[in-house]
Design a protein around this ligand. Structure first.
Ligand code: FE2
Ligand code: FE2
Length: 230
């Protein structure tokens, strides 16, 4: 796997972890139960720490890469929404019922642990980064265990096939998110020449404009036509 592909995986993981941290914090703010609030808060704290760890690994890994490659892996808060890690409709705790929300945590923590095992393999054995990922994997299993405990306590009638249903649903959702992201990259490649052409045309129009006509020195700006663009 190329260095750029490894950076891309780390980049996606940072968004996923940051998204989880925000979801847990939102759940912490919403709940009326003190014990749940404590659990959500501790979980959010772990997810923020995971985000920080992955950011540090990404930063170290990109150190020797070309600037043009590294530039693609900048982290922006809006990326959480455009990449689908936080929904435009609101946080999960606001759009799901509690049972589905806990099921979401239960399945996603397990899926996260599996995908981190793959990242750990990519980073190679017995190095500082892979040891840090091992610690994160322990955290994810602990989160999964906590959600499972909650399930067994409050929904003991839940059948194994229902949990399998939740897991399949989340796996499909994760794959769809990846497909959506690949489509965006593909469309960007197609539309880039069109954007460039439109930019070129508009820049030609700006050259034609005579800016001396729009001198505003010593003018009362309130007298300018409201429809004026300059
Ligand atoms: Fe995490
Ligand atoms: Fe987690």
């Amino acid at each position: 796997m190329s260095a750029s592909e490894i950076l891309e995986i780390l980049h996606e993981t940072i968004y996923a972890e940051h998204g989880s941290a925000l979801e847990m914090l939102a759940a912490c703010k919403q709940t009326k139960s003190t014990s749940l609030a404590y659990g959500y808060f501790e979980h959010a704290k772990d997810e923020y720490n995971h985000t920080k760890t992955f950011k540090e690994i990404l930063s170290n890994k990109s150190y020797n890469c070309y600037v043009d490659i590294v530039r693609k892996f900048r982290i922006t808060p809006i990326g959480l929404i455009t990449k689908g890690y936080v929904s435009r409709k609101g946080y999960l705790i606001e759009t799901m019922n509690l049972k589905d929300f806990i099921a979401y945590v239960y399945t996603n923590e397990l899926l996260a642990e599996t995908s981190f095992a793959k990242i750990k393999k990519l980073l190679g054995p017995n190095n500082k980064d892979s040891n840090r990922i091992s610690n994160i994997m322990d955290d994810e299993l602990r989160h999964h265990g906590m959600a499972k405990e909650y399930f067994l306590k409050y929904y003991p009638e839940l059948q194994p096939w229902q949990l399998l249903y939740y897991k399949t649903k989340e796996t499909i959702k994760n794959k769809t998110r990846k497909l959506y992201h690949k489509n965006i990259i593909f469309l960007e490649k197609i539309f880039f020449p069109l954007y460039s052409l439109l930019t070129l045309i508009s820049s030609r129009l700006l050259i034609i404009l005579n800016l001396t006509e729009y001198k505003r020195t010593d003018c009362n700006l309130m007298d300018i036509n409201a429809r004026s663009i300059l």
